[in-house]
Write a protein that binds this ligand. Structure first.
Ligand SMILES: N[C@@H](CCC(=O)N[C@@H](CSS)C(=O)NCC(=O)O)C(=O)O
Ligand SMILES: [Fe+2]
Length: 237
């Protein structure tokens, strides 16, 4: 089995449940470099070293496996397809369960923060770009079968699942034309996530998986106190 976007605070809970169910965790996948929490991937790998971490190559983060658009991540007879959905961050991907008679139906799309339920990820940091996000969602998610279940990384109202059809019909941002969407995104005026300066450096090494790399990032962070407003790649070169 695999975990998508595990969180550090629930790593023990998740591992206990997996053990209770008699399952074997194979992959811990991240949809992107999260800004609001530290991924559970590093803690999971310390307790279960056989688990492989996965993130997109485009994220510029470290992991055991760096996936690219179109890759298929196999788990037994099943697979997850990697769809590029940049715009919230430059390396965001959506993992979609495979097509075909042996694959679970309806398909499931794990959209990270690209597509949220009746919302979408912000586009004001980490390589965010609202035009790109609009195109990503329309070309990579809204083209999936309409009954596809949408599982986002967050919901701030307690919902857990939607469908492609529901979001195509009711999403208050993504049903608009691109110009209106860009305008909405430019005027969100959201506060920076509280954990951002801790979470981004930790998540660039998949949750402190590589302690030396984590220390390097923290040193970089101290040298650049306004790192959250800068392009991280620029800061560390
Ligand atoms: N208040 C929260 C962070 C809220 C936030 O910025 N959420 C992100 C997803 S996590 S990177 C987002 O894209 N929100 C979109 C929206 O419309 O709310 C905290 O401090 O952690
Ligand atoms: Fe995010």
């Amino acid at each position: 089995m695999q975990l998508i976007d595990p969180v550090d605070k629930t790593a023990d809970r998740d591992l206990s449940l997996i053990q209770e169910l008699g399952l074997k965790l194979v992959y811990a996948l991240n949809t992107h470099v999260h800004a609001d929490h530290v991924t559970g991937t590093g803690l999971i790998k310390r307790k279960a070293p056989y688990v492989k971490s996965i993130i997109s190559r485009a994220s510029n983060a470290k992991a055991d496996l760096l996936v690219e658009p179109g890759d298929k991540i196999s788990i037994g007879d099943l697979y997850l397809e990697v769809r590029p959905t940049p715009g919230h961050t430059s390396g965001c991907v959506t993992y979609v369960t495979g097509d075909g008679p042996d694959q679970p139906q309806p398909r499931m799309a794990f959209t990270g923060d690209a597509l949220l339920i009746r919302g979408c990820g912000r586009t004001d940091f980490q390589g965010g770009n609202s035009s790109l996000l609009y195109k990503s969602v329309h070309s990579q998610i809204f083209t999936l079968p309409k009954e596809t279940l949408v599982y986002p990384a967050h919901d701030y109202k307690g919902f857990t699942v939607s469908t492609v059809e529901e979001e195509m019909q009711y999403n208050p941002r993504l049903t608009k034309d691109e110009e209106t969407f860009n305008n909405i995104m430019e005027n969100l005026k959201l506060a920076y996530p509280k954990m951002m300066d801790v979470a981004v450096p930790a998540n660039l090494v998949c949750g402190l998986q590589d302690l030396k790399a984590a220390e390097d990032f923290i040193t970089t962070l101290q040298r650049y106190p306004t790192l959250s407003e800068m392009d991280l790649d620029e800061a560390i070169t």
